[in-house]
Design a protein around this ligand. Structure first.
Ligand code: ADP
Ligand code: MG
Length: 379
């Protein structure tokens, strides 16, 4: 099947693209606010993705049109400079991070589309970065090492775009595996894919709320985690067990203790969730997701009224194994694990109840797990 992106390229350039690349968005099943603590996360690449169809240019320039936004951006791959349009910073940052490794980049021109909702917390930004890097790797003959590219993409977002994100988003967009969630050790970047329990679907429940000032709240949580780690004389909370934390509770102020308790217990839950998935135990997996939500709400305090309402409604429906907020929090999405046969009615009913209680109209996406960033075979 020729994806629509290839047809859009053909229409614009009068010939088929040389390459079509795809990089997915993501949703995290469990393991929240653990990535920057060198801990464990357990996300999956969703079936929504950024696509770029392209052909090489010989002058080192990149000319790319976002069909989603109807705008074209142009930059020099070897010497990108900041400027309008803002969305191109994700592509320029990716070029900057790649060429900083000393490999010359071959430019390209093409079109970009995406069905990852923008700014919904499903990481359209990481998908753009990985799609861009996959495109450059293809044009420039650079070997594709997913974890290496994920690190470079994170650097692009941290240092070029200026968003202080952890490694999870870029990593799962790079290493996703169809039908699987991927346990990621954010310290070693070791990964282990586990198959989603058969007969289940992942349902993403967007509360239709966004909170401003999230960056400062996120940075505050990071600082609290670093402070707790410093008290224990370790580089990251990853190195603290629940038993140690409890034994030395008195050395932390009550709020820092609760922040640390979330991270330490979440790491344990995430490993337990991967084991439950390996055993095909959807019920146990769901129970751990429910516990994760309570911990994020009560100890880490990054939930919101809308997220709590959404999660409570989801958890009460038949066919739902578990539900929790997902992503940084304060708004955005929840995620639920649901019996596949009931996913459609679950989505309709949860949406109706959520609107009744909040007055808001949610967006709901039923998804399986897809593969990570790749050059697609469109022949
Ligand atoms: P999220 O990653 O949660 O979707 P971010 O704010 O991190 O939200 O990234 C969203 C930004 O990524 C957009 O503001 C835009 O700059 C860029 N982006 C995402 N999708 C597209 C697209 N289809 N075309 C152009 N830019 C996009
Ligand atoms: Mg993002």
């Amino acid at each position: 099947m020729t994806p629509p992106i290839a047809a859009a390229f053909q229409e614009r350039f009068g010939e088929p693209p040389e390459f079509v690349v795809r990089a997915p968005g993501r949703v995290n099943l469990i393991g929240e606010h653990t990535d920057y603590n060198d801990g464990f996360v357990f996300p999956l690449a969703i079936e929504r993705a950024v696509w770029i169809a392209l052909r090489m240019r010989t002058d080192g320039q990149v000319h790319v049109t976002s069909l989603s936004l109807g705008e074209t951006a142009t930059f020099d791959a070897a010497h990108p400079e900041r400027g309008e349009p803002a969305w191109a910073e994700y592509l320029k940052g990716s070029a900057w991070a790649m060429q900083a490794t000393g490999q010359p980049l071959v430019g390209w021109e093409g079109v970009l589309t995406s069905d990852v909702p923008i700014g919904a917390g499903l990481s359209s930004s990481a998908a753009i970065e990985l799609a861009t890097m996959r495109a450059f790797a293809a044009t420039s003959g650079i070997a594709w090492e997913p974890a290496t590219m994920a690190r470079l993409a994170q650097r692009a977002e941290n240092e070029w775009v200026g968003v202080n994100c952890g490694i999870m988003d870029q990593m799962i967009s790079a290493v996703g595996k169809r039908g699987h969630a991927v346990l990621i050790d954010c310290r070693s970047l070791e990964t282990r894919a586990e198959p989603l329990p058969s007969g289940t679907s992942v349902v993403i429940l967007d509360t239709a709320t966004r909170r401003g000032l999230v960056d400062s709240l996120y940075n505050e949580r990071r600082a609290q985690c670093e402070q707790a780690a410093a008290t224990f004389g370790v580089t990251a909370l990853r190195d603290v067990t629940l038993a140690e934390l409890t034994a030395r509770k008195g050395e932390l102020d009550p709020m820092t203790f609760r922040r640390a308790r979330h991270v330490v217990s979440e790491n344990e839950r995430t490993l337990a969730a991967a084991a439950a998935m390996r055993a095909g135990d959807a019920r146990e997996l769901g129970r751990l997701m429910n516990e994760s939500h309570a911990s994020l709400r009560d100890d880490f305090e990054v939930s919101s009224e809308a997220l709590d309402i959404m999660v409570e409604i989801a958890q009460s429906r038949t066919g739902c194994h578990g539900a929790r907020m997902t992503g940084a929090g304060f708004g955005g999405c929840a995620v639920a694990l649901v019996d596949a046969g009931l996913a459609g009615s679950f989505a309709t009913e949860v949406a109706a109840r959520y609107t009744e209680r909040s007055g808001l109209v949610p967006m709901i996406y039923v998804t399986g797990a897809s593969a990570g960033a790749a050059v697609e075979d469109v022949k």
